[in-house]
Design a protein around this ligand. Structure first.
Ligand code: CP
Ligand code: NVA
Length: 312
């Protein structure tokens, strides 16, 4: 846990307890149902939103969400900062903490956001790192609640690059939400052992579970939620690994989906590489919840920021 009593950060999915996650998701749904009704929640605040990697959804949903809460978003493209010229995350945190009330950041190594959070005196939010994408999984859990009523006891299967940020965030965030998280990816693309073990400890507390599978169809069998993500995450484009052939058995297509519960929903954080990790037929089919999921980024992040400000 990275949280401290005086300064709440959200760097990983398990930085919220189950009760806190429930509180955030409940508020997220209130925001979804009354989008313009909370215009003053963060009135007068300023929030820095800093990107060291590309983004469409995260950038727009944070900027719009912060505006809807009555606060001001300062969008920062890292290519126009001094990070490339040697300014440390620690120094930047100390400076930004003098100006703004929270810092949202998308970056590479998790050590970068950890260094930022350690020196910041305002809440720091992970908008995607190499290991985690916790804001996305909050939105995904909200989508599960909307479509299936609750998360507790539901089975969520993630197939594809099981070594990436979405895989790790599903493990931790799903465990916090009391879900049975199943994960399947090709040899060499399995989750970080430590995060897997940490998720299992959380799941033991919440009544959920985490299980690794080799075969995609075994992982999907009877599941309530089927999720995937790109086979080539940002920063891995030139890593020299074959990121197509070993992944083909993990594609979400109609044949794989047929193994899931008949009422199962399909999630993808987007952007999708249609024809690779997911087919058009499934993306655009009746089980797909991907555009609700994208919308929920807005509501879930507004709720998260409100919660963190109240507990800062
Ligand atoms: N899902 C997601 O984080 O999308 P962006 O990279 O476009 O922000
Ligand atoms: N795993 C993907 C998620 C994109 C939102 C990446 O890191 O590129």
């Amino acid at each position: 846990m990275t949280a401290t009593p005086s300064r709440r950060h959200f760097l990983r999915d398990d930085d919220l307890t189950s009760a806190e996650q429930d509180q955030v998701l409940t508020l997220a749904q209130e925001y979804a149902e009354n989008r313009r009704g909370h215009r003053k929640a963060l009135a007068g605040k300023s929030i820095a939103v800093l990107f060291e990697k590309p983004s469409l959804r995260t950038r727009v949903s944070f900027e719009v969400g912060i505006s809807e809460l009555g606060a001001h978003a300062v969008l920062i493209d890292a290519t126009n900062t001094h990070f490339g010229r040697g300014e440390t995350m620690s120094d930047a945190a100390k400076v930004l903490s003098r100006y703004v009330d929270a810092i949202v950041i998308r970056t590479f190594e998790d050590t970068r956001i950890e260094e930022l959070a350690a020196a910041a005196t305002v809440p720091v939010v992970n908008a995607l790192t190499n290991h985690f994408h916790p804001c996305q999984v909050l939105a995904d859990l909200q989508t599960v609640r909307q479509r299936l009523g609750h998360t507790e006891g539901r089975t969520l299967t993630y197939v594809g690059d099981a070594a990436n940020n979405m895989a790790h965030s599903y493990l931790l965030g799903g465990a916090v939400a009391g879900m049975h998280v199943r994960i399947a990816g090709p040899f060499g693309f399995t989750p970080d052992r430590e995060i897997l073990a940490q998720a299992a400890v959380v799941a033991a507390r919440t009544g959920g579970s985490v299980t690794e599978f080799t075969e995609a169809k075994d992982a999907v069998s009877g599941a309530d939620v089927i999720a995937t993500d790109t086979w080539t995450s940002m920063g891995h484009e030139g890593d020299g690994l074959d990121r197509i052939t070993p992944f083909l058995p993990y594609q979400i297509n109609a044949a794989l989906l047929a193994h899931a519960d008949p009422d199962a929903i399909v999630l993808h954080c987007l952007p999708a590489h249609r024809g690779e990790e997911i087919t058009d037929e499934v993306m655009d089919g009746a089980a797909s919840a991907v555009f609700d999921q994208a919308e929920n980024r807005l509501h879930a992040q507004k709720a998260l920021l409100t919660f963190l400000m109240e507990h800062a």
